[in-house]
Design a protein. Structure first.
Length: 174
């Protein structure tokens, strides 16, 4: 090989390796870091609702001190226990008047995806309507249904299914 060709070959090889290493470093640094809230249990009960990893922070994307509520199988009506949890959530919302939240409806994986999306929406709307009845302005509340797509527990047991039948809360604006 001629000296000029050899220099170009070495140069391009070095440049390729340099770009490859740089791309690997950049891609590993650009992954989004998601905080789950320090000192928060991922399961168990607190104030009648399951504690989720998003609890604890009053920031967009977290649920502050809002506790989720659970539903009976194939139901979207609020039990007395759910109403008590929601009353404590209303007190928190009254103290945090600038916070807007999204109410997420969830289901277990029994039933068709279409049915579960509809049921999850009814659950979210039942919670929203209860909040409005207790004085929270509707403009602070939005709803979404995830159906069976975001389970808390992926096991195929009655306990797991009961944990997945829920409404959760996410702060969308402060």
């Amino acid at each position: 090989m001629k000296e000029g060709v050899m220099k170009r070959y070495v140069f391009y090889t070095f440049a390729f390796v340099f770009l490859l290493v740089g791309a690997l470093i950049f891609s590993s640094c650009s992954k989004k870091q998601v905080k789950t809230g320090e000192g928060i249990e991922e399961s168990g009960f607190r104030g009648g609702g399951i504690v989720t990893p998003r609890m604890g922070k009053t920031e967009i994307g977290y649920s502050g001190s809002l506790h989720l509520v659970q539903f009976d199988y194939d139901r979207y009506s609020l039990s007395e226990e759910a109403q008590e949890v929601l009353k404590s959530n209303v007190k928190w919302l009254q103290k945090n008047k600038n916070v807007k939240i999204q109410i997420e409806g969830h289901c277990d994986d029994r039933g068709t995806p279409e049915y579960n999306i509809a049921l999850g929406q009814k659950r979210a709307e039942a919670v929203r309507n209860y909040f409005v009845d207790l004085g929270i302005p509707q403009k602070r509340l939005s709803t979404v249904s995830y159906g069976e797509e975001k389970p808390l527990n992926v096991s195929e047991t009655e306990e797991a299914w009961s944990q997945n039948r829920r409404a959760e809360f996410v702060i969308t604006a402060k």
